[in-house]
Design a protein around this ligand. Structure first.
Ligand code: KG4
Ligand code: ZN
Length: 361
């Protein structure tokens, strides 16, 4: 059985081919970073148009690399949400058309569910690791921070962000510091040469006793600190939205040592907040294993910290291989395959794109 995965929810156009053992036969990711970078964030209209241009090429390439013909596809898995509606519609329409034309089943996939299972995928032609439920999942990306328990037949949400996502916080702060977009990778590199315990920054919890995340207080505190250090890159007026003239970028090497420490402390605050919630949930319900995923799962300090935590608590921590941290269609194909085994397929004509689609609903 061969699954074709399609992902177009945000700024990567991706098509993948996966076999029934979760072996990735091809995973083509066409990034639109260059198109959005001048604006310091994703511009929805540019994203939708770029998907339309890139998808046919990514599709051809994915089949070519997997060494298969269209007629060999047995199942189509496509991201139906959450994401930018215009962007989602490009992939979903293509997936529906293909399923309809070839007479094969279609599975609409929740993008977050894709991330959730991405930690089980292996690169280099190996089969996916066995998915043993229950397990806990932490999805941390540019749009989401979600902690869930994955049980047989259902996903139970335990905590999510009340405001910004961690990746969004990285992106906004990096932009204000004149470091460009996306912010996570560049802050990660800078933080490696800084002192992360130098500046105490708030690691907020909403005051209602829930385990939810909140990163807006940290962002505000960071903006104040950056101002104090007279760092004000990006567009004059700061980050109001992606529309507008391009940013002016600064060289990360030219940052003052104090600012390097400040950025390291900012990264430490995000990692501490995530670890704190993981520890609380573990104390409440004893995790059997933790699968971490999403773009922020590429962060070196987060990976190291969670692995150390897992070793100390005896909880296996699964991290996605780098290729599967950011948005990709292999994870969509895999989540689609698991869903298909559980629930079967859906009538292709009934699948709709959803800009909002919380995990577990
Ligand atoms: O999962 P993803 O590709 O897209 C969403 O679904 O949001 O995640 C992208 C996010 C961006 O905010 C980016 O800054 C962040 O992941 N990111 C990182 C790192 N690499 C990417 N954040 C922290 N450290 C990194 N090394
Ligand atoms: Zn994502």
């Amino acid at each position: 059985m061969l699954v074709l995965g399609i992902e177009t929810s945000c700024d990567e156009t991706s098509v993948a081919v996966l076999d029934e053992e979760g072996r990735v036969r091809s995973n083509i990711v066409s990034s639109q970073l260059a198109a959005h970078a001048p604006y310091g964030g994703v511009v929805p209209e540019i994203a939708a148009r770029a998907h339309l241009e890139n998808l046919p090429v990514a599709f051809e390439q994915a089949l070519f690399e997997a060494g298969i013909e269209v007629s060999e596809i047995d199942l189509v898995a496509v991201t139906a949400g959450p994401g930018l509606i215009g962007a989602l519609l490009v992939g979903l329409s293509a997936g529906k058309a293909l399923a309809f034309a070839r007479g094969v089943p279609l599975v609409p996939v929740n993008h977050l569910e894709g991330h959730l299972f991405s930690a089980f995928l292996r690169a280099r032609g190996e089969a996916a690791l066995p998915v043993e439920r229950p397990f806990h999942g932490l999805v941390v990306s540019g749009g989401h921070a979600e902690l869930v328990r994955v049980e047989e037949g259902r996903i139970v949400p335990l905590a999510r962000t009340r405001d910004d996502a961690p990746g969004e916080a990285f992106d906004k702060i990096a932009r204000r510091a004149g470091l460009g977009y996306p912010g996570g990778p560049v802050v990660d590199r800078i933080a490696a040469r800084g002192n992360g315990s130098r500046y105490p920054l708030p690691v907020g919890r909403p005051g209602d006793g829930s385990n939810d995340f909140s990163f807006s207080g940290l962002k505000t505190a960071m903006l104040r600190e950056l101002q104090k250090h007279r760092v004000n890159g990006g567009r004059p007026g700061g980050f109001g939205g992606p529309q507008g003239p391009p940013d002016t970028l600064i060289d990360p090497e030219s940052l003052e040592p104090d600012v390097v420490d400040l950025l390291a402390s900012f990264q430490r605050a995000i990692v501490t907040a995530l670890l704190d919630r993981v520890e609380t949930v573990h104390r409440e319900q004893r995790m059997r294993s933790l699968a971490v995923s999403g773009g922020v799962a590429a962060n070196s300090e987060l990976r190291r910290t969670l692995l150390e935590w897992g070793a100390a608590r005896g909880v296996p921590v699964l991290l996605p291989e780098q290729a599967f941290t950011t948005d990709n269609a292999a994870m969509i194909a895999f989540a689609g395959l698991l869903r298909y085994r559980e629930n079967g397929a859906q009538d292709p004509s009934a699948a709709t794109a959803r800009s909002r689609w919380p995990l577990g609903s």
